[in-house]
Design a protein around this ligand. Sequence first.
Ligand code: FE
Ligand code: FE
Ligand code: ZN
Length: 301
Amino acid sequence: MEEIIIGSHVSFKKQDQLLGSVKEAISYKANTFMFYTGAPQNTNRSAIDLELTKKADEMMKQHGIDKKNVIVHAPYIINLANDTKNYDFAISFLKQEIERVETLGIQNLVLHPGSHVGLGEEKGLKNIIFALNQVLTEYTNVNICLETMAGKGSELGKNFEEIKLIIDGVKQKNKIKVCLDTCHIHDAGYDLNDFDKILSMFDRIIGLNKLACIHVNDSKNIIESHKDRHENLGYGHIGFKNLLLILYHPKLKDVPKILETPYIVTEDKKNSYPPYRFEIEMIRGQKWNSNLIEDVIRFYK
Ligand code: FE
Ligand code: FE
Ligand code: ZN
């Protein structure tokens, strides 16, 4: 059987850049990963170091990580949907981010479409389309993957129809892909007890060929809660069984799967540890680990 493409969010620190990210992914026994090129909540970015990238590439090769499956996530503070606040900055920042991703030699950049913040859905979608048309040219070497959102506040991209509307407005359509987040679509109202139905809707409305990445997260909240709070696999309202069906879906075997589940916090709240090594283990074993919290703390403390 072919191996599942599975990884998690990892850090990208100034000192080691991509090399540090690869090492972290390997420590989780992952064969792909996703990172922000700096802190997700700000736009301070350092220049990409080509030497470190080269070393990272070598290490990926040695460990069977195919770079085409590696994902970058754009900082979530850039909002393309509202043109009354920092709109020009968001556009120019995204242009620079695309250049950084190109320099890193990575193919896919995940982006939250944005929140209209009072402008209304129609104007918000228009703003997103305008911004993407500023950013994507025929020379762009990176795909922007629009992430499906939970519909928290005035978030756009909360259903497949909105994603499709954005794609329809973008001139460089072949450079727009989609990242499906299981927690987000559940919180937006899609019932993951029938994933095949969701997948055929996705195919009909957007097209399965557009699906470039899946964020695999459980949800702390019930369906249609519009909350966007991720939970560890099998500890939330989606459930391990439903997530496994997605992870091993035959139509999605070439799509990288990325965990963005929360760190495990110790009882005294003084430390928190990544759950990914153990979540990847339970995915590969296809068996839920009811001792995840204890196992993670024992391993890292
Ligand atoms: Fe995201
Ligand atoms: Fe996500
Ligand atoms: Zn989320």
